[in-house]
Design a protein around this ligand. Structure first.
Ligand code: TGC
Ligand code: FAD
Length: 388
């Protein structure tokens, strides 16, 4: 595979600080040297490259934009650049890091008490404790407020009943952040692996995110200590607040996958000969490549602007929605176009475009489907919610 030196049509690198570039290049090197050589094998076999977790922990990639508790305390742009590079490698690997940092460490950090933070965050930053985030249920995906999983207080415990579906990291997680209704209000609970009444089963047969573990979680009279309730999250805005963090990272990730596909398709087009000429010399191939670089460039600027707003405390949920939906869509379209440029070769896993294309079908759906983000933008500009 050709060495990847980045995709920067509009001198956007000049908008990053030296530190941001340094962090991005560290992530880029990790992906090039450690992830890309093994990812096709894991994707083919349907296994998660767990051996890499200590390495990314050592690099400070887990909960990288959180302060203290063993976390790197990076700004949101540097964090986003890490997500971009990881997803250039594989969306499933980026998912692992998103779930760990944005969906599990962040709620403990933002909604937990000091004891909870001290108990879990250093181990999670070090990659010694893996987390998963249970919001979706089989019958409540886009509409999580209808969830049936429930908790009731019993002495000094809560008892959980219900199930969660499509949960990234579920089968390998040491702890789950579980959203359940307590007296009709959605609350967050920390459930540790091995708690009686808590079980997981992995979902097989996926054609997407094959290098990521996706599981069902089941709770049957699962008794957890009362101190495992996250005290500062009350109502649906609790889990939705976590989704803002993860969707933000995905906005960068989608562009990372797009960059991988563009780079692969461009290199291929320059050397693939048909009709005695490189296919890159044909107008219809150039049109595809020009579309890709145009949309990647716009997506880079969108992610960067949301990142700068986030660092200033000004990023709104609907800003993040636009960046997530646009950049994942761009990633998916670039993967399809790249696959087309690769011709028959594009359907094998010797090349990356096909894997990115399949992966991005999940990313298009999870963390709020493309359509749900369209409606969030619609609500922001009209003041009218059209979900129900
Ligand atoms: P709605 O009545 O609009 O809102 C309920 C309360 O929440 C507040 N709120 C938010 N708060 C923080 N961040 C946001 N983004 C928020 N959006 C809304 C809102 O102000 C309200 O607060 P309050 O004080 O009045 O109670 O809720 P709704 O039931 O109408 O739903 C709105 C909708 C459809 C947008 C929401 O349910 C939604 O986003 N649905 C999509 C579900 C989703 O994204 N699930 C993702 C599951 S996790 C996952 O996919 C992980 S993938 C693995 C990986 O990341 O790699
Ligand atoms: P549905 O909500 O049934 O939607 C089906 C279709 O209907 C979609 O096209 C949708 O856009 C459309 N639709 C629904 N409602 C509306 C509406 N009001 N207006 C217009 N169109 C609408 N969840 C977690 O909690 N934790 C995880 O770690 C996690 N990881 C995941 C990993 C993978 C690989 C996948 C595929 C999913 C994961 N999810 C996770 C679940 C994910 O968040 C949901 O799949 C997603 O929210 C959509 O829910 P659904 O699949 O039930 O689709």
């Amino acid at each position: 595979m050709e060495k990847f030196d980045g995709v920067d049509y509009m001198e956007i690198d000049g908008l990053f600080s030296e530190e941001e570039i340094l962090i991005r290049d560290t992530a880029r090197k990790f992906v090039q040297d450690r992830l890309i050589p093994i990812i096709e094998k894991h994707s083919r076999e349907g296994t998660f490259p767990k051996d890499l977790v200590p390495e990314i922990a050592e690099l400070g990639f887990l909960g990288a934009n959180l302060e203290g508790y063993g976390c790197a305390g990076l700004n949101n742009v540097a964090y986003g650049l890490i997500m971009q590079e990881l997803e250039r490698g594989d969306s499933g690997f980026r998912s692992f890091v998103s779930v760990q940092g944005a969906l599990c460490m962040w709620p403990i950090y933002a909604y937990g008490n000091e004891e909870q933070k001290k108990k879990y965050l250093p181990g999670m930053a070090a990659g010694k404790l893996i987390g998963c985030f249970g919001l979706t249920e089989a019958d409540f995906g886009s509409n999580p407020s209808g969830m049936l999983t429930n908790a009731r207080k019993d002495g000094n415990s809560y008892i959980l009943n219900g199930s969660k579906m499509w949960i990234t990291n579920g089968g390998i997680a040491d702890l789950a952040i579980v959203w359940a209704k307590l007296d009709g209000r959605i609350r967050g609970f920390i459930v540790e692996k091995g708690t009686p009444g808590y079980s997981t089963s992995d979902i097989h047969g996926k054609f997407s995110l094959r290098a990521s573990v996706t599981s069902e979680l089941a709770f049957q009279d699962c008794r957890i200590p009362a101190e495992n309730l996250l005290p500062n999250a009350d109502g649906l805005k609790g889990p939705l607040g976590c989704l803002n963090q993860a969707r933000y990272g995905i906005a960068w990730g989608g562009i990372g996958a797009a960059m991988a596909c563009y780079h692969e398709a461009l290199e291929y087009a320059k050397t693939r000969i048909q009709f005695d000429r490189p296919i890159a010399s044909f107008q219809m191939v150039q049109e595809k490549l020009a579309w890709m670089i145009r949309e990647i460039t716009k997506g880079q600027l969108l992610a960067l602007q949301v990142g700068r707003l986030k660092d200033q405390g000004k990023a709104k949920a609907h800003h993040i929605s636009m960046a997530k939906m646009n950049n994942v869509d761009v990633g998916l379209q670039c993967a399809r176009l790249g696959r087309a440029i690769l011709g028959a070769n594009g359907i094998t896993d010797e090349y990356q475009c096909g894997r990115h294309m399949c992966n991005l079908e999940s990313v298009y759906t999870y963390e709020g489907t493309h359509d749900i983000h369209t409606l969030i933008i619609g609500e922001a500009i009209t003041g009218i919610a059209a979900y129900k």
